[in-house]
Design a protein around this ligand. Structure first.
Ligand code: PEP
Length: 250
């Protein structure tokens, strides 16, 4: 069985004070949800603070992005080795905001996926279609292309130690959540498509849904057979909402 995973992507938000309050606000819920893995992805500058705050609870943490390089003359970048040193378990890769605002192509995403795994972090590979692509029936083709770009470089077996986050771009930060049927439809397609290449990977890989998940929508989404949890943006910044989402994954 796949462990339900609830992951908060804090994006570019937080202060030292709000980071402490948020972790303190969610830790009891994370500790009591024994069957659910709870993860937060803070801005890189808060990683050490988060590492200290989660030392005595069950919350894990990850980076939102890392460099393909481990060290050198790459101004402004963060090495996967550095976030690993502070105890991170995961790194997001291919988030639509990185693809859109930082011109991260499928090739860059594949290189980052490889760098993340090479440094003993678990990549959370974000994929998903735009509204235009959905409306022109390209959803399945888009997610297949995004997955194939990584598989061609890393190999299918690499996905066994990764997480996939299906995040329809039209649902991210828009308040428009995909219906549980719409999400399950794509998740099932992804799993079937992966099974054609490796039944082991298809059975093992957690596929999270992301896109305006809220406490009110989490339970129904997570009850779908191929939805193994959520990648949560806005609602991950609100204690009550995030706790409700963790409860929905129990
Ligand atoms: C995200 O950033 O991964 C995300 C899903 O954001 P939101 O929940 O705000 O749509």
């Amino acid at each position: 069985m796949r462990t339900p995973l609830v992951m908060g992507n804090w994006k570019l938000n937080g202060t030292k004070e709000s980071v402490s309050a948020l972790i303190k606000g969610i830790e009891a819920a994370a500790d009591s949800a024994k069957n659910v893995e709870v993860v937060v992805c803070p801005p890189t500058i808060f990683i050490e603070q988060v590492a200290n705050l989660v030392a005595d609870n069950s919350i894990e943490f990850g980076a939102q992005d890392v460099s393909t390089n481990v060290s050198g003359a790459f101004t402004g970048e963060t090495s996967p080795v550095m976030v690993k040193e502070f105890g991170a378990k995961y790194s997001l890769v291919g988030h639509s905001e990185r693809r859109q605002y930082h011109n991260e192509t499928d090739a860059v995403v594949a290189a980052k996926f490889v760098a993340i795994q090479a440094n003993a972090l678990v990549p959370v590979l974000c994929i998903g279609e735009t509204l235009e692509e959905r409306e022109t029936d390209k959803t399945f083709a888009v997610v297949e292309t995004q997955l194939k770009a990584v598989i061609d470089v890393a190999g299918i077996d690499a996905l066994e130690n990764s997480v996939i986050a299906y995040e329809p771009v039209w649902a991210i930060g828009t308040g428009k959540v995909a219906s549980s049927e719409q999400a399950q439809d794509v998740h099932a397609h992804i799993r079937t498509w992966l099974a054609e290449q490796s039944k082991v990977v298809a059975a093992k890989v957690q596929i999270l849904y992301g896109g305006s998940v809220k406490a009110s929508s989490a339970k129904e989404l997570f009850a779908q057979p191929d939805i193994d949890g959520g990648l949560v943006g806005g609602a991950a910044l609100l204690v009550e909402e995030f706790v409700g989402i963790i409860e929905g994954a129990k």
